[in-house]
Design a protein around this ligand. Structure first.
Ligand SMILES: [Zn+2]
Length: 82
């Protein structure tokens, strides 16, 4: 099997696997998820369920104290309003 040179998607995946996540652009999410399905799903910091949101730079739910991201259920349960 021919080994392919690593490109930025592989590099990013490697970084994420080692715990260094960064906000991604929508196009980057798309590229990541195309190669690694579900890779860039965002998980709630409280219940660990997918938030269904796209990242801090997008529509993710963060408190004013920068806690998050939260899923909608936890967000509401904690008394936040959108
Ligand atoms: Zn939650």
């Amino acid at each position: 099997m021919k080994r392919q040179k690593m490109d930025w998607v592989d590099e990013e995946k490697k970084r994420r696997d080692s715990g260094h996540k960064r906000p991604l652009l929508q196009t980057e999410h798309w590229a990541m998820n195309t190669r690694y399905p579900g890779e860039t799903l965002e998980y709630c910091c409280d219940c660990n369920q997918p938030t269904g949101r796209a990242g801090k730079a997008e529509d993710s739910l963060y408190t004013e104290d920068d806690d998050g991201p939260y899923c909608w259920d936890c967000w509401e349960r904690l008394g936040h309003n959108a």
